[in-house]
Structure formats: C-alpha cells, structure tokens
Design a protein around this ligand. Sequence first.
Ligand code: GNR
Ligand code: NI
Length: 172
Amino acid sequence: MAIREILTAPDQRLRQVSTPVEVVDDAVRSLMDDMLETMYDAKGIGLAAIQVNVPKRIIVMDLAGEEEEPSPLYLVNPEILDPSDDTNLYQEGCLSVPEFYEEVERPARCRVRYLDYEGVERAIDAEGLFATCIQHEMDHLNGVLFIDHLSRLKRDRIIRKLKKEQRQAAFA
Ligand code: GNR
Ligand code: NI
C-alpha cells in the first residue's frame, strides 16, 4: 500500500471524464488499497481515482467516525439510479479544493449500482451524508467539482485563492 499525491484545483487533470474499469483484477484492487490509505491519511470520507491522477471510474469511501471501526466501501463503475426529488443542503469540502467549505444542494436519496472489491455487482440505497458523498464522488468521475455547483463569483474567488496559495507554496 502507498499514499499517493492528491491533485488540487485548478489542475486540469481533474476535469477528465474517467473511463469504466473492464475487469476488477489485482491491479485495480491494489489501486483501491492505495486510494483508501491516501484518503485515511488525508482525513477524507471519500476519494475518486482521478484525485490521484488515475482516470478510471473508481471510488472509495468510509463514513465511519475516527473513534469507530473502519468500514471501507469500494465502488467500481458506479451508477446513480432513482435520485429523489427532495434535496439536502450539505456543507461540502473536497480534498482537491483544500480548506474551502460551501453548501451544495443535491438529491437527498439515491440508489447506487456498482461492482465491489471482488467485482461482484451490488446495489445500495443511500441517504443523508452517504448520498451527498457518493454524488460528490460521481461528479469527480465526470470531471466536475463541488465548486461547479456554486455561483461563478464564489467559484472564481476560491480558484483565485487556491492559485495564490500554490504560487506561495512554490516559492516557500
Ligand atoms: O472528505 C470529504 N468530505 C466531504 C464532506 C461533504 C461532502 C463531500 C465530501 S467528500 C470529501 C473528500 C473528497 O474530496 N472526495 O472527493
Ligand atoms: Ni472531492
């Protein structure tokens, strides 16, 4: 297992549309192991493969609190089905948009169909933070970031601050 570097906006590589996985083999499982370790290290609750510069349709998640037993979830080629009409507002953050948190409105519930760690097809019903997180990760697979759901003013302000921080880090 290894911790990989997480891409940060406005890195254009985050804008790629990820491609489906053909077979869930040991290479894919090894990538998912690295993603989970990277996510835990960064104290995130979800991570899409594109965030570690791999444009494949793979997500890892773990919504367990720090005091709880880990409960990792691996989702390959996920599809969102039956998004609810009612919505939730959730204050979202993103490991690729570090230190910015803004409210995003999304369907409150959905069903998710995916392949698990062994490549077995499964479906689960998601609500609450779980539904929000899975939709945030699905966005990543399509090259979309949570800041794209904000007003242009808010998004541009965040991008400008991220660029400034990256410039300063480069000269530190
Ligand atoms: O760690 C994360 N927290 C979070 C909080 C609210 C809504 C979505 C998320 S996902 C984020 C990790 C991340 O960037 N995943 O892509
Ligand atoms: Ni994210």
